[in-house]
Design a protein around this ligand. Sequence first.
Ligand code: FAD
Ligand code: MLT
Ligand code: ZN
Length: 457
Amino acid sequence: MAELVRLPASAHAELLELLGPEGLVTDAQVVASHLVDWTGRFRGTGPAVLRPRDTAEVAGVVAVCRRHGVAVVPQGGNTGLVGGSVPHEGEVVLSLRRLAAIEPVAERSRQITVGAGAVLAVVQAATRRHALDVPVDLGARDSATVGGMVATNAGGLQVLRHGSMRRHLKGIEAVLGDGSTISHLGGLDKDNTGYDLAGLLCGSEGTLGVITAVRLGLVSRPSHRVTALVAFASAAGAVDAVATWRRSLPDLEAAELFTGDGVGLVCRTGGARDPFERRHPWYVLVDVAGPHDPSDDLAAAVSSIDDVLDVAVATDEPRRAALWALREEHTPAINTLGAPHKLDVTLPLDALAAFLVDVPRTVAEAAPAATTWLFGHVGDGNVHVNVVGVAPDDERVDEAVLRHVADLGGSISAEHGIGVAKRRWLHLNRSEAELHAFRAIRSALDPDHILNPAVLV
Ligand code: FAD
Ligand code: MLT
Ligand code: ZN
């Protein structure tokens, strides 16, 4: 276990008085569990985990830390995949998990206010009792917090229908790096009163402020849902089919791509089962959901595509879950092979199919012994390039893949953010003028640079 760095005695005493013994954790074993990221690639050091109970205590923490020059890493569920949620330079971890209050659903406006530490699955359970849903869903739903999802502008499995977190953000409460608290949670749909601070904090990855509460817009929860797993011989066939279905299936909610090798891996390492007798090169998992049974529309859409090799359809919950396990088990299954380099990228849709074929070669040239695993949210042009068999700090493969993406006009981060993993390559997507604006905003809101100093810029 890495040796913990020390918190200055005076800061320790003030934080203890502010938070009490339950709010200031220095037990080495507990602290250590907050110092490593979900992938195991990023391991840091830090002296303590702070666990405030409310916004006032968060403001107190920021004030004490500013006074003593102690840097802070906000942490929600620690499911982030770019190393942004763990300390890298001896910062304290500021866990938001105790700010987990969930207010009643506002039925008329179809909104909800929740504490930043509320876990997505718990919020989903609360909204689904009203036939409403959080518009963003992701595989880490049992651990990821709403605050972390806003801080990363999380995408997930339904972006092609609903968009990412920012689209649904109706208000925010946060303690900024300068110590001030902003609270704008009224939830008005029309509110043109100056800068959109909620939108600015969304995707800021804990660098501008500590989000303490969020007002979210909700969507109707469809009463009917059908899932289909469709097999293809080529990446181009899969990508073209999804483009067609986006036009012909207005109730298309998800379109997820993965490979035959990936199916083999999830079946070997977990409980998932391949529904087909033969393994196929490429798969697309689609969800269609609406107020009426979409089975006939889905069947017509699938049969309109000549390239389909095989199809399995599920209408009931257990069989749908079995098909979804083939997709959602990719992330844990890949982790069993070693700490992956996770390169979450978006390509222009016209370049996507060629990229899917070419990128394993790009990886092989940079890291001949590595293996490449491809899956992602194909409807959004978002591919998760996972590379295993490369040392955590060997960045040659990251360099090669991210340059390949930028050369094709893509984004080096589709939904996971920049964190520390991609900081070196942010210039591939952002001009010097944009980076200058980033730094100016950061210095204005966090003048002492105490919030997540290792992250983003
Ligand atoms: P953390 O990991 O704790 O933190 C992430 C970042 O946000 C860090 O920079 C941290 O400092 C900052 N932060 C956290 N809370 C706050 C706060 N209250 N105020 C200010 N800053 C804060 N992501 C997707 O976008 N789409 C997916 O489909 C998806 N699927 C996933 C599936 C699995 C199995 C796993 C493990 C991860 C997945 N992720 C996905 C990544 C991750 O779940 C998201 O990035 C999520 O939004 C992180 O939430 P968290 O609470 O775990 O945040
Ligand atoms: C996913 O789509 O499953 C997530 O973004 C997690 C990952 O990339 O592994
Ligand atoms: Zn994803």
